[in-house]
Design a protein around this ligand. Structure first.
Ligand code: ZN
Length: 150
């Protein structure tokens, strides 16, 4: 799709494979994934290191299987979860990206730290309320901005 991101990376899912779910996007989702891949290129360039996509597109069935929210941007092909160990922790990454969400075209930036795992969630779609654009989600709930997580 772009120099550093393939469609396979953006649709791959161990969960889908184990449950034999066909996680193939339709044409509309595919077009959104192209926009997402272009955003991921800009993020990669900003961080200056490779990034590892842990989950991007999820069809409705896969999203339900992983316990995703029914309104998840992942189902539209508008969101990706990633880590970049060569740069630092997901907290470090979010701190580095937060001042640049507008210039990079990040619609929403979330530091997610749930169930003992942390990752960065980015979406091409901007939430209706601007206070929700950069948030932290932990087992304790949702907070505005990038907060220190355990
Ligand atoms: Zn996500």
């Amino acid at each position: 799709m772009t120099p550093h991101f393939t469609l396979a990376e953006l649709t791959r899912s161990a969960k889908a494979a184990s449950l034999r779910i066909n996680n193939t996007p339709d044409a509309a989702a595919l077009a959104r994934l192209q926009t997402l891949a272009e955003l991921l290129e800009r993020i990669r360039a900003q961080l200056g290191v490779p990034i590892t996509i842990t989950s991007a597109y999820r069809c409705r069935e896969l999203n339900a299987a992983v316990g995703g929210r029914t309104s998840s941007d992942h189902m539209q092909g508008e969101a990706a979860d990633f880590v970049a160990p060569a740069f630092g922790t997901p907290y470090d990454i979010c701190r580095a990206l937060a001042p640049h969400v507008s210039t990079l075209g990040i619609g929403q930036l979330i530091l997610e730290s749930v169930g003992g795992k942390s990752w960065v969630h980015v979406s091409t779609r901007q939430p209706i309320k601007s206070v929700n654009r950069v948030i932290t989600i932990t087992d304790a709930g949702t907070e505005a901005g990038i907060q220190v997580v355990a």
